[in-house]
Write a protein that binds this ligand. Structure first.
Ligand code: CP
Length: 299
């Protein structure tokens, strides 16, 4: 049985298999999930991840049971442990896609689950399926993943998508990562040691504009309001990095702008029509990658 908990656990060969399958699924009809049930168990808000997993399962002929606010509307609100909830949902579904507010919650669930667990975000921990669709977007839009320079921008301390993507990029060659953040919200030491171990060149800067002319990908992220202790400390960083057409003008003609979304104010709507904007395409690619991932988990 295969759980998907952390992006570093997926090998390059497996990524290639998933991406080839995702590309095929764009045009081929496939109902290989017929008779299977996916439970989406979300203890934190989501638009893209929950809907795209559910869309993926339905497009593959499978069925879905779902709770969109498990923290309030599941028996967690009555004090049920995560372990008990998982043990019970095991009888209702063949796979559980889970988002939780605590780091490590998916791993905890996997220890008691008799069906595969997919981590759809565990607090400030990881979001491996987002990283897979981000990587797939890079491959589709640039034609390659090796030898790219990427700026990861924003709240890199609390942003699980940047963490998961950095872990995945560590598997490729010729990667350069420029982490752009205020010092207080810098990328954490576990990612830096992983990148050093995998010979990935990285630097940390605070100024966005100086990084833009050299990059192939700008990976913009939101300041993660829900992870701050006070409104005051959040407001100190809100609006720190905003991409407008002024910043877009600094990019190479082939560079793409990505964002896992949701956005707050980090990319001005005037950028949406730019040929550099790839953030809504990520949502489209996300369904294909999640379809491929569902097939992969059940193979
Ligand atoms: N990118 C992402 O995880 O979006 P949601 O929070 O809407 O699922």
């Amino acid at each position: 049985m295969r759980h998907i908990l952390y992006s570093q656990d997926v090998s390059i060969e497996e990524i290639n298999t998933i991406f080839a399958s995702a590309t095929k699924l764009e045009y081929e009809k496939d109902d290989s999930m017929k008779g299977k049930i996916m439970a989406s168990l979300f203890y934190e808000p989501s638009t893209r991840t929950r809907f795209s997993f559910e869309s993926a399962m339905l497009r593959l002929g499978g069925s879905v049971i779902t709770t969109e606010n498990a923290r309030e509307f599941s028996s967690a609100a009555k004090g049920e442990t995560l372990e008990d909830s998982i043990a019970v949902v095991n009888y209702y579904a063949d796979l559980i896609v889970m988002r939780h507010y605590e780091m490590g919650a998916s791993e905890r669930a996997s220890k008691v689950s008799s069906v595969p667990i997919i981590n759809a975000g565990d607090g400030p921990g990881q979001h491996p399926t987002q990283a897979l669709l981000d990587l797939y977007t890079i491959q589709r839009e640039l034609g390659h993943i090796d030898n790219i320079t990427i700026a990861m921008v924003g709240d890199l301390k609390n942003g699980r998508t940047a963490r998961s993507l950095a872990y995945l990029l560590g598997k490729y060659t010729g990667i350069t990562i420029v982490f752009v953040s205020p010092q207080e919200l810098g990328i954490s030491p576990d990612i830096k040691s992983y990148l050093e171990k995998h010979n990935v060149a990285y630097s940390e800067v605070e100024d966005l504009e100086s990084a833009l002319p050299d990059v192939d990908v700008v990976y913009q992220t939101r300041i993660q309001k829900e992870r701050f202790e006070s409104e005051e400390s959040y407001l100190k960083h809100k609006g720190r990095y905003v991409i407008t057409l002024k910043q877009v003008a600094l990019l190479k003609p082939t560079a793409i702008i990505m964002h896992p979304l949701p956005r707050v104010d980090e990319i001005a709507p005037e950028v949406d029509g730019s040929p550099h904007a790839a953030y809504f395409k990520q949502a489209k690619y996300g369904v294909l990658v999640r379809m491929a991932l569902l097939k992969f988990v059940f193979e």
